[in-house]
Design a protein. Structure first.
Length: 268
């Protein structure tokens, strides 16, 4: 009996020791598994940084050799396309940072600049579009000449007398002008001396002589251009009969009916 009790006690002790050893061994294996699991996970507090000059796919070994070759070829063949997104991203970040700083430090200045800029643009818009250049380009001068017969000249006193009789007035630039009404009204056409400097010296009319007169009208004129042209033509033709001269067109040919038609067509 005593031997059997001793053997059973020893067997119980061995069973207890075996159970305890298995429990201790299993706990150690579980602790190693948890430590390896947490050490393999990425830490959010410390993001990955690529401190080397190599591309990210080379430093992290996440691509195969074939994939690396494909990516490197695309980068070398299109360097501008690979650089532009990074530059645009940098510019966007800088703009965001500066806009935040300006809003925090000087909000009033930014508002004033945004409001004043369209005002300056509105002030400049009407200045850029001016129709004066088109009028200057379309402006023309219609000219008629009244010349004396060959080897003869018109006397100054005779010229002034006839010009004043038909409504001309001596005025600006020492020329005679035909106005709509009085001297303060707009000029329809003018007359100048064909001899340089083209003026009339009223102080020396007895000594003044010329070979001809030049009548000119700026178009567009004040009023109806066709009516003003007819008035100038009739005035020159009437004066040619009074002075005994000839009327020439701007090509220095006799002013006939064909010339009259051509002058009228220029106004159309």
């Amino acid at each position: 009996m005593e031997l059997s009790v001793v053997l059973s006690a020893v067997a119980l002790i061995l069973v207890i020791i075996l159970i305890g050893y298995t429990l201790i061994a299993s706990n150690k294996e579980k602790s190693q598994v948890f430590e390896n699991d947490f050490s393999a996970r990425p830490r959010p507090a410390s993001p990955l940084k690529n401190t080397s000059n190599k591309p990210f796919y080379e430093s992290q070994n996440v691509m195969s050799e074939q994939e690396k070759e494909v990516v490197s070829e695309t980068v070398t063949t299109n360097p501008e396309k690979s650089i532009e997104p990074t530059e645009s991203a940098i510019k966007i970040r800088l703009d965001d940072e500066t806009s935040v700083q300006e809003q925090e430090t000087q909000p009033a200045v930014v508002i004033n600049q945004e409001v004043e800029q369209p005002q300056e643009d509105e002030m400049q818009e009407p200045v850029e579009s001016e129709p004066e250049t088109e009028q200057d380009v379309m402006e023309q001068v219609l000219t008629l000449y009244l010349v004396a017969p060959e080897h003869q000249q018109f006397s100054g006193r005779q010229i002034v007398q006839h010009l004043e009789e038909i409504g001309f007035q001596y005025g600006e630039h020492k020329l005679f002008h035909r106005h709509i009404d009085n001297a303060a009204s707009p000029v329809i056409f003018s007359v100048a001396n064909m001899v340089q400097p083209g003026t009339f010296d009223l102080d020396n009319l007895d000594e003044f002589t010329t070979i001809g007169l030049a009548f000119f009208m700026y178009v567009p004129s004040c009023g109806n251009d066709v009516t003003n042209l007819r008035l100038m033509i009739s005035t020159v033709e009437s004066l040619s009969q009074s002075l005994g001269g000839f009327v020439l067109n701007d090509k220095q040919a006799l002013f006939d009916e064909q010339s009259h038609i051509e002058y009228t067509q220029r106004l159309q």
